[in-house]
Ligand binder design. Structure first.
Ligand code: NAP
Length: 204
């Protein structure tokens, strides 16, 4: 079992763990190992919000892309070996990946899918920030992500106060003819400890 890492809020305050996701109105996110859509404005949103940051993706998602994304620290999570993709680092532990990025001076780690990894990060309470794209049109595909947190945020299409509902605050919102782009944040309580080990959840 990996040794526990306990960091004070002061030590870890420069690190934000984010999640970026694009879904259609039914929670569809994938088709095979690809996205079900080709929406360039969402791709621009993805590039803008991940550039110069560390990105972490599951093996299937990375294999679907097939290459490292330029201008970012590329990390692939896998329990089954090496990616073999040039410029992509492999980890079998998300917390170790976050620590590694933090130690190299990255102040934001963006978890970029797919659903298996999204669920893991949300259930461990690791996520501070969510970049959520909700497409207006429905698409065809085979992979859905219907995590309670995401569906709660996604369903509340107005720009009301999320804090009372779910602990999340709507930080920004932009709507186009194709999609709604929203950023949600959650604030850690001062004086709390961040605990990262395999048995313990993150505490706020
Ligand atoms: N719409 C979006 O925003 C979006 C974003 C990203 C991906 N996607 C889509 O999502 C689909 C793929 O998602 P998916 O859930 O099937 O696969 P995935 O999360 O991309 O990859 C799953 C694999 O990643 C590794 N993995 C995941 N969590 C891990 C953990 N906590 N520790 C160690 N390894 C871990 C495992 O690899 P090993 O089997 O090698 O152990 C696992 O089999 C694709 O269709 C893709 O296009 C959509």
């Amino acid at each position: 079992m990996p040794s526990p890492l306990i960091l004070s809020v002061e030590e870890f305050s420069v690190m934000v763990v984010s999640l970026i996701i694009c879904m259609d109105p039914s929670g569809l996110v994938g088709n095979g190992d690809k996205l079900p859509w080709d929406v360039s404005e969402d791709m621009q949103w993805f590039i803008k919000n991940t550039r110069h940051k560390a990105i972490v993706m599951g093996r299937k998602t990375f294999q679907g892309i097939g290459r490292a994304l330029p201008g970012r620290l590329n990390i692939m999570l896998t329990n089954s070996g090496k990616s073999g993709i040039e410029g992509v680092e492999d980890f079998n532990d998300l917390r170790a990946a976050i620590r590694s990025a933090n130690a190299r001076g990255y102040t934001e780690v963006v978890i970029a899918g797919g659903p298996e990894l999204y669920r893991y990060a949300l259930d461990l309470n690791l996520v501070d920030k969510i970049y959520l794209t909700t497409l207006k049109q429905r698409y065809e595909g085979d992979t859905y992500f219907k995590h309670e947190t995401l569906m709660t945020l996604s369903d509340r299409l107005g720009s009301g106060d999320f804090t009372m509902v779910s602990g999340w605050t709507l930080e920004s919102e932009r709507t186009t003819s194709l999609a709604r782009y929203r950023v949600f944040t959650r604030v850690r309580f001062p004086g709390s400890k961040l605990v990262l080990d395999s048995a313990t959840k993150r505490h706020y």
